[in-house]
Design a protein around this ligand. Structure first.
Ligand SMILES: Cc1cc2nc3c(=O)[nH]c(=O)nc-3n(C[C@H](O)[C@H](O)[C@H](O)COP(=O)(O)OP(=O)(O)OC[C@H]3O[C@@H](n4cnc5c(N)ncnc54)[C@H](O)[C@@H]3O)c2cc1C
Length: 423
């Protein structure tokens, strides 16, 4: 089987590291990116392996979560409610460096920062997230996003705030257009939660308005549940157009606020939320870790890059096979990567990882649905495989109490994942 040789080669490289680590005292674990994957990795490493010397490099002083940002758009929450600082990680003993990682040298095991400092490591965990591919949709670039916001990377919150203001300024009877990318992208159900929560806002404040969702796909996550709820809560407000029905947008014109499809239909809209295709963040691409898909292939047992020994890659930047790109999974992958890195630094075999995911989507303030899955390593294909019958979606039907409870469970999930990242 083709598995044996790379695995031995990888272990061989890994087993050289403990001697180095021992010679220098505590082993140095470097984490790049302080979001769902990186903040979890840094916190978990200190909690479970206090012998590790952990440094986290994050370019921003505070982190705004994409989860729950759709609730900010709807006006149910403020940006401050989804913004977190790094004091908790410092208190846990993580050295937090606010700087931009500019060059990773996996051979020398060094990371250069924008401010000039160079950090050496024994193992590094990268969780830098995504970049938006501004080359993928004609007419859409960073300048266009000032008029047609994506609001798909929370960053400093400016995009979410802009989209919220545009919705507030739109006249009743206006059309909100959404451009939804092909798979794979960050948070498969995210655009449909966004449609729902924009509808929740419009139904209260601008009930004559419409939402036109133009999709590059034929189907989407939790589709039946979303569409049942749209029918029940926001009848006649939402039109979702699949690719086969001329939903694929190929060109946008921010001046005229036009979204143009592949068959040449030009939709003029009042507000446009354009979510472009994505790839792994620049630091991963520049280090040569990504393949032609734009994402980083990893060994599923260790989350170690297939291109560079000692570099574990988790979260949205990683090529996850059948697993979705979610904050929940980034958290799960980060814990697996820390366990693998710690074992390899000790010269031990990495433990068998299990990856867990639940994605809650709000459709209204007290109305949520979910999908859950568990994944393991499939040794044969050397990829992530869903455990049969391990999860599922919320049941269909008129179940208001179930939807209300799922909204509460979603709040519980959010509070606990934030604690595991920043607490
Ligand atoms: C609207 C929306 C709703 C969502 N809802 C959910 C949900 O309900 N549940 C769920 O599980 N997931 C949800 N997601 C998905 C979730 O946000 C992502 O899967 C998650 O953020 C991925 O984590 P990450 O660590 O890979 O990347 P991120 O969380 O984006 O973190 C990357 C970090 O790396 C930093 N960084 C990048 N490059 C550098 C560099 N060179 N130097 C220093 N720092 C760097 C960035 O500043 C950032 O802080 C949602 C996403 C969106 C867009």
């Amino acid at each position: 089987m083709t598995v044996a040789l790379p695995r031995r080669a990888l272990l061989g490289a890994a087993l050289a590291a403990p001697a180095l680590a021992r010679a220098q005292g505590a082993a140095r674990l470097l984490v790049v990116g302080g979001g769902f994957g990186g903040a979890t990795a840094a916190s978990y490493a200190r909690r479970e392996h206090p012998w590790l010397d952990v440094t986290l490099v994050e370019q921003r002083r505070s982190y705004i979560t994409c989860p729950y940002s759709n609730r900010v758009l709807a006006g149910d929450l403020a940006l401050a409610d989804i913004t977190f600082g790094y004091e908790g990680l410092r208190a846990r003993g993580v050295r937090v460096v606010h700087d931009r990682a500019v060059h990773l040298d996996p051979v020398a095991r060094r990371l250069r920062l924008g401010g000039g400092e160079t950090l050496s490591y024994d193992r590094v965990i990268l969780s830098p997230g995504i970049v938006l591919r501004y080359d993928a949709l004609e007419g859409y670039d960073e300048a266009a996003s000032a008029r047609m916001p994506h609001a798909w990377t929370a960053a400093d919150g400016a995009q979410i705030t802009l989209l919220r203001r545009q919705l507030q300024a739109m006249p009743d009877g206006g059309v909100v257009g959404l451009v939804i990318p092909p798979n794979p992208y960050r948070c498969p159900p995210g655009p449909y939660e966004r449609i729902s929560l924009i509808a929740s806002y419009l139904s209260k404040h601008k009930p004559r308005s419409k939402i036109l969702a133009l999709d590059a796909k034929e189907a989407f996550s939790k589709q039946a549940l979303f569409q049942d709820a749209w029918q029940a809560l926001y009848p006649g407000m939402i039109e979702w157009v699949s690719a086969a029905n001329d939903g694929r947008v190929v060109r946008v014109d921010p001046e005229d606020m036009v979204l143009e499809t592949e068959f040449g239909t030009r939709h003029r809209v009042s507000v446009a939320n354009v979510i472009p295709p994505q790839s792994a963040a620049a630091i991963a691409i520049d280090a040569g870790l990504a393949d032609s898909t734009g994402w980083v292939p990893v060994d599923p047992r260790t989350l170690e890059s297939r291109a560079a020994a000692g570099v574990h890659v988790v979260g949205d930047a990683m090529f996850p096979g059948s697993m979705p790109k979610s904050g929940f999974l980034a958290n799960s992958e980060a814990k697996a990567a820390v366990s693998a890195a710690a074992a390899l630094l000790r010269g031990e075999a990495p433990p068998e990882p299990i990856f867990v995911n639940t994605c809650y989507s709000h459709i209204g303030p007290e109305y949520a649905i979910s999908v859950a899955n568990i994944f393991r390593v499939d040794e044969e294909s050397r990829s992530f495989a869903e455990v049969p019958n391990s999860g599922g979606t919320s049941p269909r039907g008129d179940l208001p109490e179930q939807r209300r409870l799922e909204a509460l469970y979603a709040d519980g999930w959010y509070a606990s994942i934030i604690r595991s990242m920043f607490g």
